[in-house]
Design a protein around this ligand. Sequence first.
Ligand code: NJP
Length: 249
Amino acid sequence: MILSPDTRVAVVTGASSGIGEATARTLAKQGFHVVLGARRIDRLETTAAEIGGTALELDVTDEDSVDAFCTVLPRVDVLVNNAGGAMGLAPVSEADLDDWRWMWETNVLGTLRMTKALLPRLIESGDGLIVTVTSLAAFSVYDNGAGYTSAKHAEGLLHRTLRGELLGKPVRLTEIAPGAVETEFSLVRFKGDEERAKRVYEGMTPLVAQDVAEIIGFVASRPSHVNLDQIIVKPRDQANSERFHRTTD
Ligand code: NJP
């Protein structure tokens, strides 16, 4: 990857769909060279070609994949830790250990791996920014959601801890905690069950990926002394993780 020395580089994980893809497009419009990472490389390549970015295969649960991805980056100014999601919806008494492992590996350890690998270069940039996309689930609990809420709480705590540890270093930290956003999130959670995924957004107006991407774009375009610490964003139709206004109710 050969770039002019003054080109700022933004890395977006989970850029093959939803919030990550929309964020890649928004940051490219703001002048960043965007490096898009995810497992579905074909999708990344399509978007990268459209926005003049770079597509690189990345599995945040795999140490070797993270190493290979990070090694080729010439510099890093912005890291968007977005790869993640939920798998399943079950009470603790019926918890599927593999689903929990997936959520912890992807949301928590994935964010840890990427952040740890890229921190030196973010500091070196002289004006680094780490955006971590957590969730309302990082602030509350709901029935049948402990696998996801515990993973998002842990991801949030990892991110928030850095705010103190990096004090005095030129790196800003922003946590974005969205409510319901209509992406592939529910399709993944319900393991490809399209009908069930659709019902999550029925009778309400959810956020769309672009809504969140624009907020990340705003964060990334503030002057370097301004740190937006946490942003919680929900649809108007959502009060909390469990209460929605639905026309179908
Ligand atoms: O979901 P989706 P969102 N290594 O499924 C990638 C949080 N959030 O955009 O690898 C690398 O469209 C996957 O790519 P691929 C949520 O927890 C959402 O809504 O090709 N990448 C895809 O690009 C998550 O942290 C809602 O399958 C991996 C992306 O992650 C973030 O928002 C609410 C990966 C997921 O895109 C973006 O999710 C909320 C891996 N091992 C928080 N595994 C919501 N949508 O309602 C997955 O509170 N990815």
